[in-house]
Write a protein that binds this ligand. Structure first.
Ligand SMILES: [Zn+2]
Length: 245
């Protein structure tokens, strides 16, 4: 298919080129006397059933030199697209069928979307990004905790953490086993609602067990949570009340 034919058939390719050509024709080829114009019915067929026409026929090149026919085609396409839009209400089909008439709108949308993407990448709306990624080192002392599994905790004041990346040095309850732990922040005691999670290996020295874990709390709304610790060899988790500020 040569370029001329693909232009005339309003192919899927080169949409931008079509628009430029269209602008060019509208500007440069006014034809108020409608000299050599293609009749309205044929233009209608062109828009609605182009396959019924032999668009490679050189006579159709007239529209490339006639602002009036071009304008008529634009108008017909608008009507067609409006009709299809009403029929289908389908955005994908609309976008596909919009060519000359709808291209500007599509381009504006693309530019707008591009702008949004640019905006998002450069000015993230999430408050997460506004908070520094530098970890805050904190110690959480759970050593006195006399916890019951999945149950109430006692003898440990509620833990408070900032909405930051926290490098938490956690003193686990006395006699806790060493080894791998998963530390998470949850909204309930089921442990199914993890909002932040970190893994660490705990060291044991006598009755003391401690670990250091990184938790990213920047995206968490302020509020009350649970800090949960789970030892790799023990499916049960321990939950401690936690406040994120
Ligand atoms: Zn014409």
């Amino acid at each position: 298919m040569d370029g001329r034919q693909s232009f005339l058939q309003d192919d899927d390719d080169d949409s931008l080129l079509f628009e430029k050509l269209q602008e060019h024709v509208l500007e440069r080829y006014p034809n108020p006397e409608r000299k050599g114009c293609i009749d309205h019915t044929t233009l209608e067929t062109w828009v609605y059933s182009p396959r019924k026409l032999d668009l490679s026929d050189p006579k159709y090149l007239h529209v490339l030199k006639c602002a009036e026919c071009t304008r008529e085609l634009i108008e017909l396409r608008k009507q067609r697209d409006a009709r299809r839009k009403a029929q289908l209400g389908n955005q994908a089909v609309r976008a596909r069928n919009w060519r000359w008439a709808g291209l500007a709108a599509v381009l504006v949308c693309s530019i707008a979307l591009g702008g949004v993407a640019y905006w998002r990448s450069h000015f993230p709306t999430s408050s997460t990004a506004a908070l520094p990624a530098t970890p805050v080192a904190l110690t959480i002392d759970l050593s006195q905790a006399g916890t019951t599994r999945g149950g109430e905790t006692s003898a440990v004041p509620p833990v408070a953490l900032p909405r930051r990346v926290v490098a938490a040095h956690i003193l686990l309850p006395y006699f806790s086993p060493g080894g791998k732990y998963v530390v998470s922040v949850t909204t309930d005691r089921n442990g199914t609602s993890e909002k932040a999670i970190g893994r660490a290996v705990a060291n044991v020295q006598g009755i003391h067990t401690d670990l250091t874990v990184a938790l990213d709390l920047r995206s968490l709304p302020s509020g009350t949570y649970f800090l949960s610790t789970t030892h790799e060899g023990d499916p049960a988790s321990y939950f401690y009340p936690l406040t994120v500020k």
